[in-house]
Design a binder for this molecule. Structure first.
Ligand code: NAI
Ligand code: MG
Length: 364
């Protein structure tokens, strides 16, 4: 019988969410079982599925199950059916409430160019080849949450909209620790991205990150201004290992970084805090245009399950089994429509899942 057991909250959501979660669950189970790990799932409604069932996009029971779990595996939410709902009832609001409710302040987004898919990138082969970076984005602070914010009218009657970029030392320190620890498991380099030549919040950011770096003498720290970083990411993405940045810069940079790889159906994410369950989800949405047709690429969710094992449970060996299966399945030529190229074997979501299971099985 398994020597270690974990509770996973499974939140499939809408559209292709349930399709990719079904594959990821099977893959997770098999990889875990080979490492002597047992997993108990609690499947809960979220997003539009929860709206239809309970009238709200994040039922209290779902948030509670997520909080009481060891980790949360999330599919995707949203769909045409709920597009005209008021903002507080939109499926997307359920996801924001979940992130906030779990207080996951560090968002990890790897951007890896798989050798088999290098031509999917819009960048030249020699620029894209070998890219393997990770954006660590602060997720619960900065200008998205800073006060004061709002609208007002100026003395001459003009309309004004305003927001505040604000970071405390504690908010910076905790996400910096995540980035340095993460870099240790990678190439040992952190590039902290800010706008310290203009913004006070960035001056504090740079000061705190520099101070925290002293606790990680084995990790190399560099600093870059956001405008230069945006340019460097497209010019020579291989120069980056771990990019540490604030909420708004990370929002933009991580989208840019993900497109270096060229395929939204391949990209996982992890949102973490110091202790307490992390949230693991593909970066894509519910893809209503292909939902229910067995066309979705499950690899982003499967790789999110690998991140769940590695970052959420500390089960690195089981995570490696999943990562190896993804590479092996791509090597054997299997492709869903979004990553298909001539000469490969076109498969649906389910068949991709079956091939992943075969790969794991053959590498016992
Ligand atoms: P999307 O990511 O759902 O789809 C964008 C395009 O990529 C579509 O053509 C889709 O078919 C394709 N695509 C996405 N994931 C794929 C996969 N795994 N395999 C193959 N192709 C894939 O973004 P879109 O269309 O802007 O939004 C659709 C719905 O999803 C909306 O309701 C939106 O609010 C929601 N959404 C939810 C997110 C989440 O749950 N985290 C994130 C982004 C959007
Ligand atoms: Mg974004």
């Amino acid at each position: 019988s398994p020597s270690r057991r974990y509770n996973i909250a499974l939140l499939p959501g809408d559209g292709i969410g349930p399709e990719v979660i079904a594959v990821a669950k099977d893959v997770l189970n098999l990889a875990a079982s080979f490492e002597g790990i047992g997993i108990d799932y609690k499947e809960m409604p979220v997003g539009g599925a929860a709206l239809d069932l309970t009238g709200v996009p994040l039922p209290d029971e779902t948030l509670l199950a997520a909080k009481q779990s060891d980790a949360v595996l999330f599919g995707a939410i949203g769909g045409y059916k709920w597009d005209d709902y008021p903002k507080h009832l939109k499926p997307e609001t359920g996801l924001l409430q979940l992130r906030k409710g779990l207080e996951v302040f560090a968002n990890l987004r790897p951007a890896t160019v798989f050798p088999q898919l290098v031509d999917a990138s819009t960048l030249k082969r020699e620029v894209a080849e070998g890219v393997d970076l990770m954006v660590v984005r602060e997720l619960t602070g900065g200008i998205y949450f800073g006060q004061p914010r709002g609208f007002k009218t100026s003395e001459n009657g003009e309309e004004i909209g305003f927001n505040t970029e604000v970071y405390s030392a504690q908010e910076i320190d905790r996400v910096a620790h995540v980035a340095f620890k993460n870099a240790r498991k990678r190439q040992g380099r952190v590039c902290s991205v800010d706008k310290a030549n203009v913004l006070e919040a960035s001056i504090l950011w740079r000061k705190r990150v520099t101070a925290i770096a002293e606790e990680y003498p084995d990790v190399e720290l560099s600093h870059m201004y956001i405008d230069n970083a945006a340019m460097q990411l497209i010019r020579e993405p291989k120069q980056f290992d771990t990019i540490l940045t604030n909420n708004i810069f990370g929002d933009i940079l991580s989208d840019a970084a993900s497109m270096v790889t060229g395929s939204i159906g391949m990209l996982p994410s992890a949102s973490l805090r110091e202790s307490g369950p992390g949230l693991f989800e593909p970066i894509h949405g519910s893809a209503p245009d292909i939902a229910g047709q067995d066309k979705a690429n499950p690899l982003a969710t499967v790789l999110s399950a690998a991140m769940l094992l590695k970052y959420g449970l500390g089960e690195e060996n089981a995570a490696k089994r999943i990562e190896a299966a993804v590479l092996d399945t791509l090597d054997r030529g299997f492709r869903t429509g979004d990553i298909y190229s001539a000469g490969c074997k076109r498969v649906g979501c389910k068949e991709m899942g079956e091939e992943l299971l075969k790969s794991i099985d053959s590498h016992k």
